[in-house]
Design a protein around this ligand. Sequence first.
Ligand code: SF4
Length: 188
Amino acid sequence: MLDIHTMDYGSISAGPGYRVELFTQGCDANCPGCFSRETHAFDAGTLMTIDQIMEAISQWTDKEENRPYLTVCGGEPLAQVEGVIELCEAFKEKYGRLSHIIVYTGYELDEAKELPEWRRLRKTIDGLVVGRFIKKQRFKMTGRKFIGSSNQRYVDLRSGKDLIYAAEAANWVAEDKKLWPTLGISST
Ligand code: SF4
């Protein structure tokens, strides 16, 4: 079960390719200059079972022209880590190696690693964007939209080595050549 704020289909602002972007409801990260305060209150969204969410997602990802790329953000996804893991496991089970999952958290990497569910999360998803959003360090966006700040990091979990990249807007494109092909996906 997950408390959901909204779902967006075909997003280009949260990772490579056109993605399903799922915003969870409820956040305790307290980022300075948060851009999404309406997602902060807990128990204020729409409660959905994993089956219901998968059914909604599949209506988009099952179309021939779309790919099974999912980004979970918030709110704070790791405040509902059990449900997020269950969703990501269901997504991986359905789409397998074709799939690509990114989770955004306002938690720092060390905080995420302290969660009892960390090992299971790490095994399930492909990448984790970590760190508080700091408005003063917000990217100047060009081309692709990506809401983030320069202190945040993208942790590539697919390699099994926790490779850490700057999660800057330009890097989503620049890293495409270097990083994304190694994942077996392209940027569009
Ligand atoms: S994690 Fe996202 S929703 Fe939560 S405070 Fe930070 S920017 Fe706002």
